[in-house]
Design a protein around this ligand. Sequence first.
Ligand code: ADP
Ligand code: MG
Length: 679
Amino acid sequence: MAKIIPVGIDLGTTLSAVSYIDSDGKTQMIRNTTGGVLTPSAVLFDDDNIIVGAAAWEAAAEFPGRVAENAKRDVGAASYRHKIVGQQYPPEVIQGCILRQLRHDIMSAVGDSFQAVVTVPAYFDEARRKITADAGAMSGLPVLDIVNEPTAAALAFGERLGYLSPEGAPEGEMKLVVYDLGGGTFDVTVMELAAGKVRTLSTDGDYELGGIHWDARLAEYAEEQFRKLYPNAREFDDRDHIKLARAARAAKHDLSAVPATTLRFTLDQHELKLPVTRDLFESLSDDLVERTVFTTNQALRAAGLLWDDIDRLLLVGGSTRMLAVRSALQKNSGLVPDDDVHPDEAVARGAAVYCRYQMGVRGISDAIPKLRVTDVNSHGLGIEGVNQETMRVQNVTVIPRNTPLPYTVTRQFVTKTDNQRSIKIQLLEGESSLPDQCSPLASAGIKHLPPGLPKGTPITVTYTYDTSGRLSVNASVEGLGDEAKIELDRVRGLPATRIDRWKKVICRDGGYQDFEEAVASMLISDDVLHSGTEKQKLEPDKPVERKRPNLDPAVEVGAPQAASERLWAQARGQKEAASAKNAKPTETKSAASSTKAKSQDDDTWPPQSQKKTPAKKPKAKKSSSSDSSSGIARYVLAGILGAWICYYGVCLVWPQMNLLGLPLPGVSEQAPSPSSTGP
Ligand code: ADP
Ligand code: MG
C-alpha cells in the first residue's frame, strides 16, 4: 500500500498555500501550475474553463461578474455576496472550486495517496468550521481535520525551534502571541510551547478585518481626490471600483518598502497620479491597527497574562508586512516581532505538521505521535433558556469560551408531560446573555422517544467539542439502555444531500457553461429536502426552506416546573413586544435562570424568516394556558396594589413607619426623615 502523505492547506481569504511532509519528515511547499507557492483564492467562471489562481485574480477587473474573490469572508452566509453571471452561489461552493484546484496541485506533486488538514481562522465559529470541511468534501479532498491557523503557525515555529519532540526540545516553556493579519480576517492567539506540547491559552479575533480594509481606506481617499480633480467624470462602475482597489493595494505594498509612492488610476480619459506617503497612509488607517492591538491585549487578558510573561511575538499573514502594524505591536508589547517563520508559508507548513500528528493519533500512519496539541474553543456554547426573575429568554452558557479541547459536558433534562415523544434544545454560540446577540447554531432534537414515558423521565444530554472545535450532541434516556438518537438541525450550511450534489458539479471537468447546466439540472430535478407534499425547487441563491418536525419541550433539571409553558408564553410575549418596538433589551445578569428545550411550534429555514403555525397541542389547552397566565398576572398586580395601599394607610396613622419617604398629607417634601417629623 502506498504511503499516505500528510498535507496541510492554508485556505486563505486572498492567498492559499499548500505544504506536505517529505520522506525526511520535513515540510515542503507545493508549487501551483504557474510555479508559485501562493495561489490567489480567486475563481474565474469562464465559459470553457473554471480557472483558479493568478489568472482569475487578474481577470477580476475586466470580468467582475465572472470572478469570485474573498469568498472566505462570506463562509457562514447563505450566499456569496456577489452574483456570478447573475446567479448567487453558496460561499462554500466557491471555496470548493479553490480546493479542487489545490487538490490538483497536490496530486501533481505527491500523487493521490494523501490526507489533508485545512486551516481556519481560530475565531471561526463552529458553523464556519463545518462549512469549511463541507467545501473540502465538495472538492473531493480527503479532509482529515480542520486546524486553527495560529495553531498551525505555532507548529511551524515549534518545528523550527525543535519543540515538536520531547528529545530535541529546548528546555523550559515558551509563551508566544501569534498575531495573524491576512487579507480579510484577523486572528490573535496566546500559546505555550513546551517539549512535545503545543497548547492554546486563549484566542480572539475579527473576521471582518484584514488587508482589504486598508486597501479600501486608501481607495476612498483616492476617489475623493479624483472627484476633486475631475468633478464631471462619470460614476464608477464595478470594474472601476476593482481597478481602484487594485491600485490602492499596489500602493500599500510599495509603502511597506518605501516611504512614498504614486497611486495611479485612469477612468476614461481622466488620469490620476496621486502621491501617497507612508505617513498619510498610516493616518488613514491607524484606527484599524489600533483595533488589532486592542484585540491582542484582550486575548492576553483572557489568558491571564501580561506582556512581561510573553517570550515571543510571532507575526503571520501578508498584512503584517505593513510597518505600522509592526511598530504599533512593538510599542504595545515591548517585544521585537519575530521573523523566524515565513509569514506566507507558516500556516500551510504547520497544517502539514498537524496532519502528520493527527494521522499518528488516529492510527493512519505508523508514526507514534510525540506531540500533544491542545486548542481552545473560540466561542461559548449556550442553550436558550428563561430567566425566572426577569422572564426574559436568555443564553445560558454550557461550555465557556477558551475552554481547552476536547471538552464534554452533560446536562440533565426531564420530560415535561406523560408520554412525551420528543424534545428540542436550541443551541447558541456567543458570549452575550442575550440570544439575539448570539449566533443560532442548531437545534438538537430527539424525535422518537418511546411511548409511555412518565412525566419527569430524565434525559441526559452530552455536548462535546472535539479537538478541532466541532460539536456533537448525544442524549441518553434513563432506563432505555440505548442512546437516544439526537439530531442536530443546523441553522447554517448545506445538508449532506446538497453537499454530494455540489461535489458532482464542482468535480466534473468543463467551464461555466457546463457548471451552469449542471446547476440548472439540479434546480429542475426533484430536489426536495423535506417530506412535505409541497415540492420546492432548490435554488442555490436562496436558503432552502425546510420543514422540521414539531418537537416538544423538555425542562432542564433544577428548573421548577413553573418555568414551563406559562413562563415561555410570557417570555415569548415580552420578546415579541420588545422586537415590535425595535427596542434593545438590557442585559440582565441573574444566576436564577432556567434552561429548557425550546417549545417551538414550527421552524422555517432559515430561522430569521420564522413562520409560526399552530402547535400540535389541542387548541383549548393552549388558550387556557394563556388565559391562566394573564389571570395570574392580574392577581399579582392586585396583590401589589393592595399591599401598597395598606402600607400607605399604616404611614398615615404612624408616619414614623414611612421609611420609603412617601408624600403624606401635612408633611412637606423637604422634611427631614419621617422619624423626626411629627404630624
Ligand atoms: P489571507 O490569509 O487572508 O489570504 P495573506 O496572509 O495571504 O491573507 O495576506 C494577504 C494580505 O496581505 C493582502 O491584503 C495583501 O495586500 C497583504 N500584503 C501582502 N504583501 C504586503 C506588503 N508587502 N505590504 C502590505 N500588505 C501586504
Ligand atoms: Mg492567512
